[in-house]
Design a protein around this ligand. Sequence first.
Ligand code: HEM
Length: 409
Amino acid sequence: MSAGPSTPEPEIWDPVSAQSHEDPYPAYARLREEYPLYYLRAHHAWALSRYADVRDALRDWESYSSAQGVELGEYVQFFGEGSIQELDPPRHDVVRRVLAARFASRNIKRYEAMVRECAHELLAEMPASESDQSWDIAARFTQRLPMMTIFRLLGIPDQDVPWAIDAGLEMLNRPAGESGPSPAAIASRTELVTYIHDQVMQRRTGGSVIDDVLGDMAIGIESGQMRQQEVEGLTLLLIAAGMETTASLMGNVVHALACDEVRKDELLDVNQEFSMIAMDEFLRFDAPGQWLARVTTRPVVLHGQELPTGSRVLMIFASANRDHREFERPDELVLDRDGSRNLSFGEGVHFCLGMPLARLEAKVGLTEFLKRDPEFVLAGACERYPSHVIRGFSSIPVKRKDAGVRSHT
Ligand code: HEM
């Protein structure tokens, strides 16, 4: 635990406050200008908010460790052994290499048809154009697409995928106001872990190589790169890291459309597909994961203050993305700007392993959605994830434009 600054600072930002949940951006702006290194007294942690500071600290894994968790101090690890997000090099790199080739951009393209198939299946439930039925596009589509995709990639047999999706959603469900996982979430986690271990064992003992993520893990275990116990943390990380983040990105686009903040034609590229430039800008404008933490492994000096070894430092990606030193007019969503330098996928050794997959899912999912010419409006209040890290919608009820009364959150 680190000592705070010698002069007390005003309370500007608390990551677990209702205000931060509602709209953290005014507080981030003050931090960047007045307290680029800010002490979060209630959490005995520091926060970095400027682009260059966040980027440089993320690159310096030797001074900023992930091994004591990447959340606030009171966080208890949920994923278990093998979660590379909470490992430092060299062990981190060895385990990450088990999956690196499959998740690389050049290889992820081959899953495009599979992702499209998943999108079709989910969008088939969308109410027909003449219907006035309300449809929760977050619960039915933007959350389910990443979940369905990752289970297919893992290699879960088709007949078990619907069960696995429900178990995965339950595992990640955090009722509002509760900080820890519910008993139902813990039970789903246990069921999933038992099932996944079994699937990996089948691949280890089956004699033939199976070309899927669990097959990669089986090979990794046989070659000594990872241990069977690490299957748990690595698989749960893949399920969790890819779901709420990708769902938030897609949900933010859908929400902006439903509120008339953007037009459909602005979101499409020359091939009439969802534009990657627009995607980068949505990622810059509202980072799905707002911040993550590191713990210092040696004394570091930041903005004239020495932080001792063991100081927890929050890296606010979302604030870095709004830094005027890096992006002009940072608080405006400018769909044709180059926002690709955003830090929403992190930086350095922990740079998002699933970035190519997330981009594929969002591109295919949003393209297929926009193709259905969705003229719709919000049909009720939207809900945000009750999380202080993830910023996105867990519920976006919509209905066809001419079918009902309009109401905004
Ligand atoms: C828009 C969607 C996504 C966003 C914004 C996002 C964001 C991030 C960020 C910021 C990190 C860095 C964590 C750190 O520095 O501690 C990260 C790591 C990671 N992400 Fe993603 N992610 C997304 C989608 C996905 C998907 C679809 C998957 C896979 C199914 C995935 C798997 C991972 C993994 C395994 C790591 C850990 C990498 C490591 O520690 O080496 N992510 N992600």
